[in-house]
Design a binder for this molecule. Structure first.
Ligand SMILES: [Zn+2]
Length: 387
């Protein structure tokens, strides 16, 4: 007869989550090390480790170093117990990656979006993810879920309320994708996803106050304070691309005039490049690589406009780190100096001294990896108790 009460059951579940968490973060560990690290007694650790091995979430590997006596068996997190899908739904593309449970990419698919309507984008998205899932290795838990970072304002029910650059309003993205794929789906704004990607897997691993700037067709920010994403009361924070930097400036699809992204985004840059007869960002990067003075001048100009907004961010948030991500990372060689010069000219000396400006170390993959992280953490939250 099972006499375990609800309380005991909960305590066990919590303890098991603690053991799994320790193995995930600090493995390989022996049972004795796990006991020291978690404060749980050796018998409890042994029982819980046995269950985790049975559930295929941990495995035993080789023998560790002995501190005198028998060499211990080491426990390692089984990162291939399942796989997650991370999706970056941009204005012109859908990029999806398949990762293991530690966020390592095992496969990748990218499709162009030739139109903007939501039905079409959903079809392309579903096809991209299905092609990716078909490449997933066999695993005990299979595909644990998908996360999507989308270039728009998302509410807590996974509805894209407004995406000015995609021209979407009230698209129930989470429900639609969940229905199409039959797996749990988490949705967030792509700048928030990018911030998480850089914090967990990239340039922000060591920092706790980070502003991640997604500079693509538009500009969005993911704001991390004390290792937590600051989402605002409605979850809509970070729309920094729509802050005004010119009172009577260029019109923006959001309805305002003089928004920062009209001067400092990839789209702003491509508008400026039209007289050169260059239509694609790749073409402009290529021209700059070959030393075209016009192309380099345009990057320089956009770098200066980026610097203006970044100086405002540095003064407002006093971050340790500002990470520039998305497509504009590829322009680093030609915009870095302009950004740094303007930021040091326009920000307050105390703030400037502490703030480092870096380019995304995950390159253009910050948002997909952050999106995959949503799926991975949702899996662990559902299976166990998160701490
Ligand atoms: Zn705007």
């Amino acid at each position: 007869m099972n006499t375990t009460t609800g309380d005991q059951y909960l305590v066990k579940k919590i303890n098991k989550a603690i053991v799994l968490d320790a193995i995930r973060k600090h493995g390989p560990l022996s049972r004795a090390q796990l006991s020291d690290l978690t404060g749980l007694n050796k018998g409890t650790v042994s029982t819980l480790a046995g269950e985790l091995i049975e559930e295929k979430l941990a495995s035993e590997i080789g023998l560790g170093r002995s501190s005198g006596g028998r060499k211990p068996v080491m426990l390692l997190f089984n990162r291939t117990a399942g796989y997650a899908v991370g999706i970056d739904l941009g204005v012109r593309y859908a990029l999806a990656v398949l990762t293991d449970l530690e966020g390592r990419i095992v496969a990748e698919e990218q499709r162009e979006l030739e139109r903007r309507d939501a039905d079409y984008a959903l079809d392309v998205l579903a096809a991209t993810v299905k092609a990716l899932i078909a490449q997933a290795p066999e695993s005990p838990y299979g595909i644990v879920g998908a996360g999507i970072g989308v270039a728009g304002i998302v509410d807590d029910k996974g509805t894209v309320l407004f995406a000015p650059n995609l021209e979407w309003e009230n698209v129930e993205l989470q429900r639609l994708v969940q229905d199409a794929l039959g797996i749990p789906v988490a949705i967030d704004n792509e700048a928030n996803a990018g911030a998480l990607g850089e914090m967990y897997y990239g340039a922000g691993k060591e920092a706790s106050d980070i502003v991640y700037l997604s500079v693509g067709t538009g500009i969005g920010a993911g704001i991390v304070i004390g290792k937590h994403l600051m989402k605002g009361s409605g979850g809509f924070s970070g729309e920094i691309g729509h802050t005004t930097i010119e009172t009577n400036g260029k019109k923006c699809p959001c309805g305002n005039k003089g928004c920062w992204e009209q001067y400092a985004s990839e789209r702003a840059l491509m508008d400026m490049a039209k007289p050169l007869g260059i239509e694609r960002f790749d073409g402009l990067v290529e021209a700059a690589c070959q030393g075209s003075p016009e192309a380099i001048r345009l990057f320089h100009e956009v770098g200066e406009s980026l610097g203006v907004g970044i100086a405002n961010i540095v003064n407002t948030f006093n971050p340790e780190l500002v990470v520039i991500g998305n497509q504009m990372t590829r322009a680093e060689p030609w915009i870095r100096n302009a950004i740094e010069r303007v930021v040091s000219m326009r920000s307050l000396p105390f703030h400037r001294r502490q703030a480092q400006i870096r380019f995304a170390s995950l390159d253009t993959h910050s948002a997909v990896l952050g999106a995959a992280h949503y799926a991975i953490s949702a899996f662990f939250a559902k299976e166990r108790v998160t701490l």
